[in-house]
Design a binder for this molecule. Structure first.
Ligand SMILES: O=C(O)CCC(=O)C(=O)O
Length: 303
């Protein structure tokens, strides 16, 4: 085929096209229709295979983390800040787990090194976890909370790990550290659990309160092979007809994974207690569960 045939459509409009375009046209003519068709077909197949592979990996949710959206890197123009403000932007990724209860998941909130450090700090001081006594109770009910635990304050940790975690909780919750109780590190061995309860203290059961727990921030310090989920049996108003057995582990379940953070609110925005925040720790079926709890109050310490 002569080049004049190839350039048949070389009109004035085409003159503006680049040499590359002309070369492509030339090559196309030289290769012939079957070769171009084959090339397009292979290109289509490659695109189809790569997109179906990508969507397959995103669907793998059973037992495996669902792939989240990548955060775009954005340039921010900072504001002038007040004396207690920051000169940088905080970005703490989270997922809304539920609005009833108001519960939010913070993947990879702490590093594995931070988790191991907190466990090591707590390990030698563990005692049986305690329960607050209700009005009229003289001793703690048996077999409700069977974990071991200890309290740690950020100031006890010379390495600054607890300080950094507490600071990050303040950024995540936007609630000030002046309202925080000490960290409560908990260890659940096989079969150990915490039956469903509220973190807030209803005055009808506990008497008048000087302050209330607004929210709870958990950082899971270990993976758990099976069981040990933090469970909310009243999720979205379910099982609230009065017949619920507080020892049952049902409803919305959050699986502990080393380093992940989990926040839920015990109070409504009007400071009354949200009954749907009722929650517990399911028995550990396989492995061991370590978690650290940070209770956040509506008043400054001391409570
Ligand atoms: O261990 C958990 O997942 C929950 C702990 C808890 O409910 C609590 O400390 O109040």
């Amino acid at each position: 085929m002569s080049t004049s045939r190839i350039f048949d459509d070389y009109t004035p409009k085409m003159k503006t096209k680049s040499r590359a375009y002309l070369y492509w046209n030339y090559s196309r003519a030289k290769l012939g229709f079957p070769a171009v068709f084959l090339f397009c077909f292979l290109f289509f197949i490659a695109g189809f295979l790569s997109s179906s592979l990508r969507s397959q990996s995103q669907k793998e949710v059973s037992g495996v983390r669902q792939r989240g959206r990548q955060l775009d890197s954005v340039e921010y123009d900072l504001m002038a800040h007040g004396k207690t403000g920051d000169d940088s932007i905080s970005i703490i990724p989270f997922q809304v787990i539920s609005w009833r209860p108001r519960a939010f998941y913070f993947p990879k909130f702490a590093t594995p090194e931070q988790c191991r450090h907190i466990i090591n700090m707590a390990r030698s001081n563990l005692e049986p976890s305690k329960l607050a006594l209700r009005k009229g109770e003289s001793e703690k009910p048996q077999n409700v909370r069977t974990s071991m635990g200890t309290f740690l304050s950020a100031s006890q940790d010379g390495t600054g790990v607890l300080d950094a975690i507490e600071e990050k909780i303040a950024r995540a919750t936007k609630l000030p550290r002046t309202h925080y109780e000490d960290f409560n590190v908990l260890r659940y061995e096989l079969g150990q659990k915490y039956d469903s309860h509220l973190d807030a203290f209803p005055p009808e059961h506990y008497g008048p309160q000087k302050s209330q727990r607004v929210a709870t921030f958990l950082v899971y310090l270990s993976d758990v092979e099976e069981g040990g989920e933090t469970a909310f049996p009243y999720e979205n108003g379910l099982s609230m007809d009065g017949s619920f057995d507080f020892k049952k582990c049902i409803g919305l379940k959050v699986k502990p994974r080393m380093g992940d953070g989990f926040l839920f609110y015990s109070l409504y925005p009007n400071n009354t207690i949200d009954p749907i925040s009722l929650h517990g720790s399911c028995p550990v079926i396989k492995g061991e569960k370590w978690v650290v709890t940070k209770w956040i109050r509506d008043q400054q310490s001391p409570f």
